[in-house]
Design a protein. Sequence first.
Length: 390
Amino acid sequence: MKKFLFFFSIVAFLSACQSSRKMLNSGNYDQAINKSIKKLKRNPTKEKEISVLQKAYKKANDRDKEKIQFLKADGTPDNWDKIFALYTQMSYRQERVKPLLPLKFKSNGETAYFEILNYDQEIINAKQKAAEYFYAHAKSLLDKKDKMDARKAYSELMQIRNYYSNYKDVDDLIRTARANGSSYVLFKMQNKTGIPLPPNFEDELTKISLSDLNADWLLYETKENKQRHYDYTILVNMKQIDVSPENLKEINTLETKEVQDGYEYELDARGNVKKDSLGNDIKKPKYKTIKCTLIETYQSKKAIIGGTLDYINNNTDQLIKTNPIAAENFFEYSSATAIGDLNALKPESKSKLGRKPVPFPPNFDMIFKAGQTLKGMVKEIIWANKNILQ
């Protein structure tokens, strides 16, 4: 019934764009019915709309009855779902008209005729036969032991559930169809580098939330279930792990500055102290050059891990797709000390002081952090390629 409510809501939207008479003449009977009903609710004496409603109602029902007659004569079992839909449609149509009845033409006093029938038994019968067909057909599909057929069976079994909340062993068959129709993907890692990896590296790398990639028939798992058959494997194939030597670089920079160092008297040509106009000795600032050596120490180290992300069809042992992957982790640290008069240093040089050299991170830590970068990259690739699996 929900799909018919949706159908008539679409009809209501479209009917706002043109007159009911045009809809009737163009064969859009249900749109014409909807338009006329809307107008007659506001004014039940509009003869034009009564006439349109009467004609559209009859033509719509006649058309549906002809379809039902043809489908029954055809005798194909899967037609019962269509027959059920047509009977339901006619029943819903008349239920919408009933509240308006009776409708009379003021001009001649006649009452408009609308055939009102009880479709309950036809709907029940069609629903029963449709359910019987879907049940038998779904079971035959499941017997084929084919993944695609199991998915079709699931769709047909869900249709039965739309008819009946509890029909035979449909719930059990739905679970079977879901299990048989699903493709399972195992995400795992393989180390081909010959180099030991940090403890828990593999667990951390494969600790990716892939649940948001799950589709109706595609399920990802990062923990292998020995009892399950996996249709596909996404393999992080580690082929390279390199950690650079610990690099220590020292740069010495001499900085100088002129600073005032007291005063000295100005002398005339004869070596006597000059006097100003008031008779005071004239003196001027005396400067000296101060020096300081800034010793900057730069520490650096780099780890690189790389390989491929391989998509494998376990049913055919074929490599479907491979993507190169690589990630780096950099350690960079600077510290500085100074020898000499610190007042000679520029402000930016002074700001570098106070940081002492630190121990270099262990190789395992460098590799582990590179793995964290790789993990994000791997998930992006899996997401971009999610449509290649089914």
